[in-house]
Design a protein around this ligand. Sequence first.
Ligand SMILES: [Mg+2]
Length: 321
Amino acid sequence: MSVTPLGPGAEFDIIRRILKDAAPPGPEIALASGDDCALVRAGDSYLALTVDLTVQDAHFLLDWGSAELVGGRAVRAALSDLAAMAAQPVGVLVALNLPAGSGSELAEQVAEGCRAAAEAYGAPLIGGDLSRGGSGLALDVAALGTVDEPLLRSGVRPGDELWVTGRLGAAAAAVQAWKAGRALPDEWRQRFWAPEPRIREARWLAERGASAGIDLSDGLAADAGHLSAASGVGIELDWEAVPAPAGVEPALALAGGEDYELLVALPGGILTAELVSEFERTFGIPLTRVGRAVTGIGVRVFRDGEEVALDASGHDHFKAG
Ligand SMILES: [Mg+2]
């Protein structure tokens, strides 16, 4: 059994304190806290388990989209943690709390969004819980998957190349626009409400030799920090290389979270131009080299060869100020 070290940040300091005195899990647990999923031994394979909490006013406002979208987004975010391990979804469970005074219609709308998103990724809704009270909507989605050879955060080695799927920053740009009361493109809205768990992409990358992976929920720089801490390597990111959709600032692509794309490491030279174009043809999204692993620890960002200062803490619910 092993535990994976988390990257820096106040939210993770709290988690470290909570887990410090936890009893050690038994031998059936192959991987406990610190990665995108816990892994339970199941014959020659593993069961991957993750749980993801979505809270009204912390993660979304109902002014931004429908209850059905809230349900879909919560399930997609949970399934993304399975993708981060290259696991195949098996099922999801949803615990839902409705605000006091709300009716069954709201529960049905959220559940419909959950069900549709889960089934779109081959993961039926297999259980859950429902309660009512307090002032906001909250849902907690547990996702279960299976995997033979999991992609771990701890597998990065100096010399590896770091690659990202898709484009980054649109989800954070949507949140900025909503908060400022600005109009926004449908693409940004879609990226916030319906991120795509990269299940098939992760398996493709794992089959071609990816040695480590994480999904981008806290932001590229912060999630690279988790890979760095878990693997005991330094990570260098190239500002110019980070793929952002039109109109999205590169800084937001580096620091903005919730795109649910993948950041993976592969030994240098594996992903040839031919393989990259095969990936892009197969999945219809870019695959971009954004940096490299080096000896050392922590994340550094370079722009035109010069190191730039960056708030690498990403999204942190417990950050002061
Ligand atoms: Mg994750």
